[in-house]
Design a protein around this ligand. Sequence first.
Ligand code: RRO
Length: 310
Amino acid sequence: MSVDAIAVKMGSLHLANPAVLASGVQGSSLDRVLEALKFGAGAAVTKSIGPAPREGYPEPTMVEVEGGMVNAVGLPNPGAGKFSAELKKLEGKRLPVIVSVFGGDEGEFAQVVRALDGCDFAAYEMNLSCPHVAGVGTEIGHFPEVVAKVTRAVRGSTEKPVFAKLSPNTDRLLEVARAAVDAGADGLTAINSVKAFPIDAATGRQALWNGRGGLSGAAIRQIALRCVYDLREEFDVPIMGCGGVANWEDAVKFMLAGADAVQLGTSTLKGFEVFNDVNVGVISYLERKGMARLEDIVGAAHRGGLQAGQ
Ligand code: RRO
C-alpha cells in the first residue's frame, strides 16, 4: 500500500499523514515543532501565542500521575511580535505548521492573527480551552457567544484555515462548536486537557505551583473519544482528535469515532518516533481491513462499524 493512502485532506489543509504534534507539550520553541516534522509528523502545532510576551508559571509546572500528567505551564510564549520574526525562517518552505493563538477577547485574537498572518505557515488553531489560565481559556471557550465573536474576528483577519480547540470541561461542547463553525471556523480540535488538581502526599501540598492544572495522556482518552464522537454526529467539518493518543490503535479509534487526523502531545515526551509508529500501524490496519484509504474508516463507528468481512 502506498503512503498516499494515509494522506489527509481537511478543506484546503492537506497533510501527508494524520499524525500531528499537539500544541504545547514540547514547549514554545519553533525548532521542536520543526523537529517533529522531520520525524514524520503530518503537521505540527506550535505553543499558543498571545498578544504580548508571557513568562508562564513558576515550577513545578508538570507532575506525572497515573495514566498521564497534569500541567499548569501558564502559557509561556514570546508574544506575537517576536514569534512572527521567528516564523520568518519558514519563508518559502510551505511546511505544515499550525500556529496556536490565544487572547483575552476578540480584539486580542485578531491582533495576534494580523501580526502573524504574513508568515509562511499552514493554518491556525484558536486555543479556546486552556483549563487553568484566568481570562484567556475557559472564560472564552465555555461561552458560545464569546466563541462566536472571537471566531468572527479571527476569520476576518486571515484566509488561512482556522481550527477551534475545544474544552472538555463544559457540558456545552456542541453549542460552543456550533458557535465556532457558524462564525467561520474551518475545523475543530477536540480536546484540550481535563481540569485537575494533583496533591503531593509527602508534603501535604498541591503538587503544582498553580494548584489547578490540565490532565493529559491515556487517562483522558475515553473522554476525548466521546467528544470526537459527539462532534462527528453533529458536524461535517474536519476534526482533529486529541487526548491520550499514544499508538496506531489509539489513532484508529479516534478515526473510527470521526476524527480526520489525530494530535499527539503527552506521548511525544517519550520521543518523536511515535509519529512514524502511528503511521506505519495505521497503514497495516488499512491493509488488514482491505481499505484503500484512511477516509474509508473515518466515522465508521457511526455507521455500525467496518463492513462484514473487513
Ligand atoms: O500553558 C498551559 O499551561 C496550557 C495551555 Br495554554 C493549554 O491550553 N492546555 C494546557 O493543558 N496547558
